[in-house]
Unconditional design. Structure first.
Ligand SMILES: [Zn+2]
Ligand SMILES: [Zn+2]
Length: 429
């Protein structure tokens, strides 16, 4: 079957960080595998879905992890179909929360509803690292991608051709995650890779951690309150674990979806790096359970870790309005702040989100990324030895800079493409 070719189509995530979705099928068949099916948001914060493929031909959807930019389009396949989803247990459990939350905020713009989400959940078969699955004539195998609990790198074998799909990766160890398991993969022919941070470098982890701790101690000692807006999957837990490990002796309150996601992580502890540390933080810190707690915690000196990470609603938006007007307080952003997000506007204009008042509290932005930076990404690519690389999930300008850097680090004959949406690639098996 040497004349069979494999078709790769980029359904979303070409030249953009968000709505990643990649289709794979043989050139002589309509049956397909979909790798991720995420959503993006436009400048008005409305959802932009990935393109889709006729659901009746989709044999499997792999969800690399539970972030919305990888799963937000997936339930669309259940309006008129019922393909199998493959995801790890923590990904499935967190995806349910994310889909429900997505519909709560964006239901009006969504072609699918809660019924489709239920069908997607019911169609999910949980997989684990090292598992092997057959779909649409391909063999899929899963590895730890190091990004967040349950995240996978997928290796697709097609008539001897090895295709790697990174999802999101992190190659360095964090409190919450061991780094990506590159060695077990053993090499690929084609690498479809994310490059979210392809043009930047992260400071050493310990530097960011120490800075976080010192700002917290300084502000609270002066009687201030520190708000740390954080994504509810991974970043919130990472901050909790840092404060716990450094033994920061101040009251810590946690608010938003972070409680539920922490519980999911603690129930799936083999997917995290230091379960005992997370458990200690979970037991030590106050989880805000209602307005009584909520209206109390910001009046006291201490730390509040709250979703959402970009201040797009959620309790963090409530708290920033409460504490932002006082100089003794501080706001520490620890998450990626997308163009046009309230968090980014706060950094650029200094106005408290949702008001005309200027922020008087100290404002900091720390890098605690769960993504590999340009060094990590290039090192991963070098070790996987692909002869062909397709860059996705990256701003077009960032991707161009990354490819320039990458060229000097992988074999000179490697063909590298920066994907655009709807691009098709034909691979010889
Ligand atoms: Zn992610
Ligand atoms: Zn992503």
């Amino acid at each position: 079957m040497a004349d069979r070719r494999v078709l790769v189509k980029v359904l979303g995530g070409g030249g953009e960080v968000g709505r990643l979705s990649v289709l794979l099928r043989y050139s002589d068949s309509r049956r397909a595998v979909i790798l991720d099916a995420g959503v993006n948001f436009d400048e008005n914060d409305n959802p932009v879905f990935a393109n889709t493929y006729p659901p009746k031909y989709v044999e499997a959807i792999v969800l690399s992890h539970a972030h919305l930019d990888h799963i937000g389009t997936a339930p669309m396949y259940y309006i008129s179909g019922n393909p199998a989803i493959y995801a790890t247990r923590p990904t499935l459990e967190m995806a349910r929360l994310m889909w429900a939350d997505f519909l709560k905020i964006n239901g009006y713009y969504s072609p699918y509803e809660a019924g489709e989400v239920d069908k997607a959940v019911a169609a999910t078969r949980t997989i684990d690292y090292g598992d092997e699955v057959e779909a649409a004539g391909f063999t899929l195998r899963f590895y730890n991608s190091g990004h967040i609990p349950g995240s996978v790198f997928t290796l697709i074998e097609a008539d001897g051709l090895r295709i790697g799909f990174t999802g999101d990766v992190n190659t360095v160890e964090t409190k919450l995650m061991k780094g990506m398991d590159i060695d077990s993969i053993g090499g690929v022919d084609v690498l479809i890779m994310e490059a979210t941070y392809g043009a930047s470098t992260h400071p050493p982890r310990r530097v960011s951690e120490a800075k976080l701790v010192s700002i917290v101690e300084e502000v609270v000692e002066q009687g201030g309150t520190v708000l740390i807006p954080a994504f509810s999957i991974a970043r919130g837990q990472e901050v909790m674990m840092i404060l716990e490990e450094y033994g920061v002796d101040v009251p810590v309150a946690v608010d938003g979806m972070i409680r539920k996601t922490t519980e999911i992580m603690l129930e799936n502890r083999r997917y995290i790096n230091n379960p005992h540390l997370l458990e200690r933080a979970y037991n030590d810190y106050l989880f805000v359970r209602g307005w009584r707690d909520r209206s109390r915690v910001w009046r006291r000196p201490g730390v509040i870790i709250a979703s959402a990470g970009m201040l797009k609603g959620g309790p963090s938006l409530y708290y920033v309005k409460k504490i932002g007007g006082k100089k003794k307080n501080a706001v520490i952003l620890v998450s990626y702040q997308a163009e046009g997000s309230p968090g980014r506007r706060l950094l650029e204009e200094g106005k408290i989100p949702g008001s005309e008042e200027m922020l008087k509290a100290r404002l900091e932005w720390l890098d605690l990324s769960s993504h590999a930076d340009m060094y990590g990404l290039a090192e991963m690519a070098r070790r996987l030895k692909p002869s062909r690389i397709i860059v996705v999930h990256s701003d077009a300008e960032v991707a161009a800079k990354f490819v320039e850097y990458l060229r000097g680090r992988v074999d000179g004959d490697t063909r590298i493409d920066i994907a655009v949406n709807n691009a098709e690639y034909i691979l010889e098996a």
